[in-house]
Design a protein around this ligand. Structure first.
Ligand SMILES: [Zn+2]
Length: 270
């Protein structure tokens, strides 16, 4: 396994996943995605009964959680027969505290979740995706790799124009049969009669996240948060490779070639 990490950034819909796949293939890395980390912790306590209430784990005078040891003591007996580590259960309770109330998850909790998942990988050999998103998270990441004696080899930024992303995502349709789930595009790869899956015949649907309004909101979030985080990391000395999100002809081989070119053009040697 490689003893370094790579960070992938880019607008939602720019085509990060194929580039992540290319980096995994090139360097033998594994993907560490914030979205997956959150999903893991949000599901971790499913089926565990008698969990403490929000009030029981919150110190309203301090406006923060009570000590981890105290939370752990409350939940440890509930975990008998479940394959869940106590420290993971504590983290899961904390993230649920915010998410279930529809509150923004503070950086400190996001950092804790990320740290726990990154530690399981030995702080190395990862393509990081969706993290860091704020300057505070950037500082935490830099500090973490420094203490672990590992590094972020470089940032790969997948660059795509807003117009292209909007056009591509608003035209995307997905087969409504979950066992098929084939992906279409009204213009580039149209379903039958514009409505039906050519494989199984089920109707194709637009994902709730693919409306123009939601796409524009995510593009704005990138400008407001993720892009400044990338700029900040570059100001701290991290190397940056930029690759195009749109290729004249899209294939895994073309993506791999483009990623290699972008890394070479930035003068990065790994
Ligand atoms: Zn289908």
């Amino acid at each position: 396994m490689s003893d370094f990490n790579i960070l992938v950034a880019g607008k939602s819909g720019a085509g990060k996943q194929p580039r992540i796949d290319a980096l995994i293939e090139m360097y033998g890395l594994s993907q560490l995605s914030t979205g997956n980390i959150f999903r893991f912790y949000l599901k971790l306590l499913d089926g565990i009964n008698g969990l403490p209430s929000r009030e029981a784990i919150w110190d309203s005078a301090e406006n923060w959680f009570i000590e981890d040891d105290k939370i752990a003591a409350m939940i440890e007996p509930l975990l008998a027969g479940h394959d869940v580590a106590v420290n993971d259960a504590v983290l899961a309770l904390k993230v649920q505290y915010f998410v279930l109330q529809g509150l923004f998850v503070p950086d400190q909790i996001t950092n804790e979740l990320f740290y726990a998942a990154f530690a399981k990988k030995g702080f190395k050999g990862c393509v990081l995706d969706g993290y860091p998103r704020t300057v505070q998270q950037c500082d935490f990441l830099l500090d973490t790799v420094k203490k672990a004696g590992t590094e972020i080899a470089f940032i790969l930024l997948v660059d795509a124009e807003d117009d292209n992303i909007i056009k591509r995502l608003t035209g995307r349709r997905i087969c409504s049969d979950p066992n098929c789930a084939k992906v279409y595009h009204l213009q580039y790869n149209p379903p039958k009669d514009g409505r039906f899956c050519t494989v199984c015949g089920a109707e194709v649907l637009q994902r709730g996240d693919d409306t123009e309004e939601k796409i524009i909101k995510r593009l704005q979030e990138f400008r407001d948060k993720a892009k400044p985080a990338v700029d900040y990391l570059v100001s701290k000395g991290l190397k940056l490779a930029v690759v195009p999100g749109n290729l004249p002809k899209f294939s895994p081989e073309a993506v791999l070639e483009s990623v290699k070119e972008g890394i070479a053009a930035a003068g990065i040697k790994v």
